[in-house]
Structure formats: C-alpha cells, structure tokens
Design a protein around this ligand. Sequence first.
Ligand code: HEM
Length: 227
Amino acid sequence: MDTTVTPFSEVLRRRTQRSHGDPAGSGFLRDLLGGRDVDVADHADLLGQYAFVYDALERAAERMADHPVAAPFVTSQLTRMPAIRADLEYLIGPDWSELVCPLPATTAYVRRLNEVAATWPGGFVAHHYTRYLGDVSGGQLIGRLLGERFGFETNGVLFYIFDQVADPSGFEETYRAQLDAAPWSAEEQERVIAEVELAAALDRGLLAGLDARRGPNAGPTAVPVLA
Ligand code: HEM
C-alpha cells in the first residue's frame, strides 16, 4: 500500500497549474513577450496596473506580519513597490502616479485583496503565493525577455529583479516548506486553493482589460498609461 502523502505545496501547484503560465490565454502577455504591435508603453501599462495590486498586497502584508500563520511568509525580500515606483518613474516620469488609473478589472482585484488578504491569513497566503512565487520563478524568464526586448538591464525591469533573493530555487523550496507547515485543515486547504484560482482569474481579468484597451489595431501610443 502506498502511504505517501502528497505535500500541500505540491497539491496546490498541480491543482492551480492549468490556470497559469499559458501566454496563449492572455493576448496581452503573449504580445508583450514576443508578439507584434507592442512597445514599451504596454510594458509600463502593465506595471502601472500592478502598482495598485502590489500596493494593496504589501499593505496587507504589513497588517499580517504578526499573525502566526501568515507571518512566516512576510519578508521584505519580496517587497515590490519600491521597484515598481522606480520603474514607473523611469518609464513614464516623476508624475507617473497622476497618469496611471486603475482599470475596472484592477479595481476588482484590489477590492478582493482588501477584503480577504488583510483579514484571513489563508487568503493572504493565497494571494501572496500567486504573485510572489510566480514572480520569483516564472517571472525571472518574463523579466529577461522584456529586458532583451526593450533594452533594459535594470532600470525599467526592476520589478522582475529580486536582488534580496540570492538563491531563487532555495527560496522556493523554503516557501513550499512553509506552505506544508501551515496548520490548515483539509477544508481550509481547499479554501486556499480556491482563492489562488480566484487570484489567477483576477490577474487574467487585469490582462484582458489591458488587451481590450489596446484594441484590435493597437500600436504605439504617445501617452502610455492614461486611461
Ligand atoms: C507568460 C506567462 C507565464 C510564464 C511563461 C510563466 C512561467 C512559469 C514557470 C516556468 C514557472 C516555474 C514552474 C515550475 O517550477 O514548475 C512558474 C511558476 C509559477 N507561476 Fe508562472 N508563468 C506565467 C504567468 C503566470 C501568471 C499570470 C501567474 C499568476 C498570476 C503565475 C503564477 C505562478 C506561480 C504561483 C508559480 C509557482 C508555482 C509553484 O511552484 O507552486 N504565472 N511560472
């Protein structure tokens, strides 16, 4: 009899795999990473929307920093807002925050983050995992491709560079061990998995919103991120 128990981190990865990583599912990401009719303004546009998402997530992290279940996941090694601000300042200018408006889909994403991530530890971890573990693993490839495409080594793609994470594979391993150590019942694990799926769907909505704004004949725009 096989008594091997699949660790929660592995169950989570397998169960949510299909809802991620397929650039074909997002015209915007696919084009950004190699398609046509995309320029650096689209890259800035995505970061502009992520500014709202990470701001909400990192505010939630501050509130969760003392919670015994959420605390192990909270680390300044991951904090993205300073990098996003610096990228947007570089890409758009010092007045970027006056020019960037949240899309309705971004507002929906932020609303969900504000509802669950600051009050429910499992919900916080679900959103934290969806963003940061993706950023530390697949995000590295995305950052490299964008850097090559637009000619940025650091400034402009700082969001994708985790200079406080010296060993990304080791970091992911520790993160998975923390997921496995979380004191969640089977029912709570299901809620966390469902929230990760929702987070991925909210991200897809954000990308679809950016895609729709570009329109079918999207080309270079003079003003990158004005709604
Ligand atoms: C072009 C788009 C994308 C590419 C090329 C990509 C690529 C990857 C790759 C190569 C990995 C490592 C896979 C592994 O270790 O098994 C990964 C992991 C991950 N990605 Fe993505 N990804 C993309 C989009 C996304 C999106 C949109 C999300 C969610 C919003 C996401 C969330 C994650 C998460 C949470 C992980 C960690 C899975 C785990 O190890 O538990 N990714 N991605």
